[in-house]
Design a protein around this ligand. Structure first.
Ligand SMILES: [Zn+2]
Ligand SMILES: [Zn+2]
Length: 431
């Protein structure tokens, strides 16, 4: 019996993950994401086509659009089950509704397809093993430590056991435990490579430096604005501040508020320490409408999306604080070249209503990544049992090459597929 694997997206690039598995004439899809590009207004790029009617089901690793943004398209004509954690579906709903608002003109689907996806979703807890009906496949989700609900997927066709990492984090954060490395014996690994060959700063040290700087700005009567991704990063930043005893006001705005409302309902399986989240929420002023927004004043911290300043309520606050050197802007995630966040950091320039402005507030960058780095890859591959072939994806070319060569050096077969490539796991051949 052979197991075939076809890379429909995310091969040779970071965004748009999509992987099709075929065994005994049955098809199962892992992720179906879009590529958004770095420029606001770029049309999203969809992964390669798959016939929804040919699918026995699909599973989603997590709710970032580069993994889920094309899934509702499959529900125009399909009605297959989507195997998913509850937090992932909650966040998919938030992000896709927002995506429809912002990019609806470019999308092939509407809200009713999102609703159809939701009604066909089958919730899994971590480590549940479930048999996919009308197929040889069983799947199991393991905690990925990336954002709440994020999963690694282990899929088994009765003869081959495959790990699809999705996006993983090997470092414990305030919001999430580390990724689960209890894989058992594997025949193939499809591995993300975003930060292969790079090392993140030591987390606790980065936290201390960040909180000290924020405290200094606020104590001097300034505003510390923190643009952050709505899902995961905003809440992580809040916990970093509160658990390190930051003193002062904290405001949170935009979709980050909707996400923290959800997170506050999750138990220990999906957020590391629900009590710390409750403590943080008690002392945070949540901005829910423009009336609340207009009442924000004085020194303090404002956490609000978008993380690369591509839109969201962060722009409103930026327009109010950018020209006072007492204030500071803290970028807390990757800033892609060409984005407003990148220009703010590197050129101290912002655009407000199309007009170029010189930034007088001080910009800072702190690195609180939720992706595995090279230390993590070394840990991951030490824990591997069996002799799996490793397929690297979800990375820029130099990162993909680095991880592929690292894996070869430790004695495993490895390759970096291109878009559309097919492999037969039984024979380890490209077909
Ligand atoms: Zn992700
Ligand atoms: Zn991703």
């Amino acid at each position: 019996m052979s197991l075939k694997m076809k890379f429909l997206g995310g091969a040779g690039q970071v965004e748009g993950s999509a992987l099709l598995l075929q065994s005994k004439n049955s098809n199962f899809l892992l992720d179906y994401g879009v590529s958004l590009g770095n420029h606001k207004g770029d049309p999203p790029v969809f992964p390669n086509h798959v016939s929804p009617k040919s699918l026995s089901g699909l599973s989603l690793s997590h709710s970032h659009l580069d993994h889920c943004g094309a899934i509702p398209h499959l529900y125009i004509s399909g009605h297959m089950k989507c195997y998913i954690t509850k937090p992932t579906l909650d966040q998919v709903s938030l992000l896709i509704n927002d995506f429809l608002k912002i990019s609806g003109n470019y999308l092939t689907y509407e809200r009713k397809e999102l609703e159809k996806m939701k009604s066909n979703s089958h919730f899994l807890n971590f480590n549940d093993e479930v048999k996919i009906s009308n197929s040889p496949f069983t799947i199991k989700l393991l905690d990925a430590g990336h954002i709440p609900g994020s999963s690694q997927i282990i899929i088994n066709d009765g003869k081959h056991r495959i790990l699809y990492t999705g996006n993983v984090n090997s470092v414990e954060t305030r919001l999430q435990p580390t990724m689960d490395l209890n894989y058992g014996e594997l025949d193939a690994i499809i591995c993300e490579s975003t930060y292969a060959g790079t090392y993140h700063p030591e987390r606790k040290k980065e936290e201390k430096n960040f909180v000290n700087k924020v405290q200094e700005i606020v104590d001097n009567g300034g505003v510390a604005q923190i643009p952050a991704f709505a899902i995961g990063r905003s809440q992580e930043i809040l916990l970093i501040l509160t658990e390190n005893n930051y003193k002062g006001n904290i405001y949170m705005d935009g979709m980050a508020v909707k996400a923290i409302d959800l997170y506050s309902t999750y138990d220990k399986q999906f957020v590391k320490d629900p009590d710390s989240l409750k403590r943080a929420l008690k002392r945070t002023i949540l901005i829910r409408d423009s009336h609340d927004r207009n009442s924000v004043s004085g020194p303090g911290v404002i956490i609000s999306p978008a993380g690369m300043l591509g839109g969201g309520t962060a722009i409103h606050y930026l327009s109010q604080i950018y020209d006072n050197p007492k204030n500071a802007i803290f970028m807390v995630g990757f800033q892609a070249p060409g984005t407003s966040g990148y220009r703010l950091l590197n050129e101290k320039i912002i655009y407000l209503r199309g007009k170029k402005r010189k930034l007088k507030a001080e910009p800072y960058l702190f690195k609180f990544s939720s992706h595995i780095d090279q230390n993590g890859f070394e840990k991951l591959f030490k824990s591997i049992k069996g002799n799996p072939t490793v397929f690297v994806m979800h990375g820029e070319e130099n990162k993909l090459d680095y991880l592929m060569n690292y894996v070869k050096d430790i004695g495993l077969k490895s390759c970096s597929p291109e878009l559309g490539n097919e492999y037969d796991i039984s024979s380890n051949n490209s077909i």
